[in-house]
Design a binder for this molecule. Structure first.
Ligand code: NI
Length: 177
């Protein structure tokens, strides 16, 4: 946090750069970094790359989020997120939910962040194949958190109640760092 590369709106991946060695290398770097840090997700700007690429999810329980549901491993390029109502339609005031988040770019901290409860998201994988999904709860939260990195937004910018922001080892002494 504080690095200006985290505050940019990232560049979309150009059509001709899908399924390229450079994009595959970027995805591999993101996955390696996410896995070694036990992250729930990671966005290209967090490793200094100005591209609209995020990765999230895992095949096994994340020790930093042991009580959260599994989200299938996903590479998402050039994402678009639409908030939805509980019935899956767009509504004027999409419902939100507050829950704790952490970020590998803000080590040692957690905050309670409001996010849309239900979303539709779309984009492409690294091969250029389209991805289109509905998500709710934790899955929707992870997608919103990671995609926020592509718009230059870190989770403290979303906080409404700064009394719900602090050091992980003080707030959650039992949690794996
Ligand atoms: Ni983050």
């Amino acid at each position: 946090m504080g690095d200006p590369r985290l505050l940019r709106v990232a560049q979309p991946v150009a059509a001709e750069n899908f399924d390229s060695p450079a994009l595959h290398q970027l995805v591999s770097d993101l996955l390696d970094t996410m896995l070694s840090a036990n992250g729930a997700g990671l966005a290209a700007p967090q490793i200094g790359v100005d591209q609209q690429v995020v990765v999230f999810g895992s095949r096994s329980v994340n020790p930093r989020y042991p009580d959260r549901p599994l989200v299938s491993p996903t590479v998402l390029v050039n994402p678009v997120i639409t908030p939805l109502g509980p019935d899956g339609h767009t509504v004027e005031r999409p419902p939100e939910e507050e829950d704790w988040e952490a970020c590998l770019s803000l080590p040692g901290l957690r905050g309670k962040v409001p996010r849309w409860l239900h979303i539709h998201y779309s984009g492409f994988d690294q091969y250029g194949d389209p991805i289109e999904r509905l998500a709710s709860g934790f899955h929707a939260r992870v997608v919103q958190h990671e995609c926020d990195h592509l718009w230059g937004c870190l989770y403290p910018m979303r906080l409404r109640d700064f009394s719900q922001f602090g050091y992980t080892d003080v707030l959650f002494p039992e949690v794996v760092k």
